[in-house]
Design a protein around this ligand. Sequence first.
Ligand code: GUN
Length: 289
Amino acid sequence: MPAQIIDGTALAATVRQEVAEGVEAFLASGGPRPGLAVVLVGNDPASHVYVANKVRQTEAVGMHSVRHDLAADVSEGELLALVQKLNRDPTVHGILVQFPLPAQIDPAAIVDAIAPEKDVDGFNPLNVGRVASGAANGLVPCTPLGVMRLIRSVRTDLAGLGALVVGASNVVGRPMARLLLQAGCTVSIAHHLTTDLAQRTREADILVVATGVPGLIRGQTIKPGSTVIDVGITRIALPSGKTRLVGDVAFDEAVEVAGAITPVPGGVGPMTIAQLLANTLTAARRLQT
Ligand code: GUN
């Protein structure tokens, strides 16, 4: 029987609806309108599309959106000064500096400068530490948070399951593993130096793949009945001259083996911005109390 397809587009709409209702309730209780500031440096075309989507969706759930566009040659000092201004701005509850940044700017310096209570990306070391230690007051990176919601939409009890995260980035792989551990999974992280990847993926009840290598995971290397979450999204050229978005999992093969699987596009991608909005509401509520 083919796997259940986990519909990230539909689940993201549900999350946005929950956030919109949360914003209404927060305003009704006397809270300020939650505000998200997005900072875009330079002319990266993909970043422009992402930021435009973030602004549109922020406004659609009833939040206040602030956008700052800075030139590609802006200095690190100027960007730090803007971050510090946003840290002090009482109408801003969440701050996101879009990556990648130009070479003259150290991303770690920017992430360090964002006030932890407004760090809706969850990249500031204080939030990384809070998530790692299981503290409830951290802000959790958006993609892993969205993946947990996708997994829980098909499996409610994760305790004791074997989970494998393929990819060890700070943005996805590492926080992902920490959240799965907190959910009671027995977690492994594979990365580009892992030698027996297929053996490990075949044993995983929950497989989260975030490498950016199209088609890395084949159908015969997936455990039958497992939950497969594909975070990868790569645009490939087809012989026809058209392009297509593909994930890290060979979907047509995997769908015949897995119990549930996310498609690309329409799986993890839509969840990330939805969780960003949820994090902004969380930040606004905490700043209020
Ligand atoms: N660029 C691509 N994804 C992200 C993200 O989740 N946060 C930020 N700040 N930049 C990104």
